[in-house]
Design a protein around this ligand. Structure first.
Ligand code: SF4
Length: 111
C-alpha cells in the first residue's frame, strides 16, 4: 500500500531540507573551503600588498618584510607540505601560493 501522493511529496521535501541542513553543517564544521586562487589583481589582495612571490614584495612600502617571510611559514596558511598552493584563512580560504606574502603575515608559532 503506497503513501498518498501529497504525503509522498511532503516526505521528499522534508528529505531535501534535511540534506541541505547536513551540507550546511559540514561547511560550518570545516570552515570556508575554496578552490579559487587569490590573484595579485584582487582589490583586497592589492591593499594587503599580496604578491605570489615574496621576493617581489615592494621594499619601500614594506621595509620590515624579509624574503624568509612567505605563506608556507605563515600561521594562516594550511596547505599540504608538498603542495604549491594552499588555503589562507585570512583571505576566506582562497588558495595562495606557498611562496606568496601579504602584510598580514604572522610567522607560525608566534603568539
Ligand atoms: S595571511 Fe599569511 S598565508 Fe595568507 S596571504 Fe598573507 S602571508 Fe600568505
Amino acid at each position: 500500500m503506497g503513501m498518498p501522493i501529497s504525503g509522498r511529496r511532503v516526505f521528499v521535501l522534508h528529505l531535501v531540507g534535511v540534506t541541505s541542513a547536513l551540507a550546511a553543517g559540514r561547511a560550518v564544521a570545516t570552515g570556508p573551503v575554496s578552490t579559487e586562487k587569490l590573484t595579485e589583481a584582487d582589490a583586497y589582495a592589492r591593499s594587503m600588498g599580496f604578491r605570489l612571490d615574496t621576493t617581489k614584495v615592494d621594499k619601500k612600502r614594506f621595509p620590515r618584510h624579509t624574503p624568509e617571510q612567505k605563506c608556507s611559514t605563515c600561521q594562516l596558511y594550511s596547505g599540504a607540505p608538498n603542495a604549491d598552493w594552499g588555503p589562507c584563512s585570512f583571505f576566506g580560504g582562497r588558495l595562495v601560493h606557498k611562496d606568496g606574502w601579504c602584510r598580514n603575515f604572522k610567522v607560525k608559532g608566534a603568539a
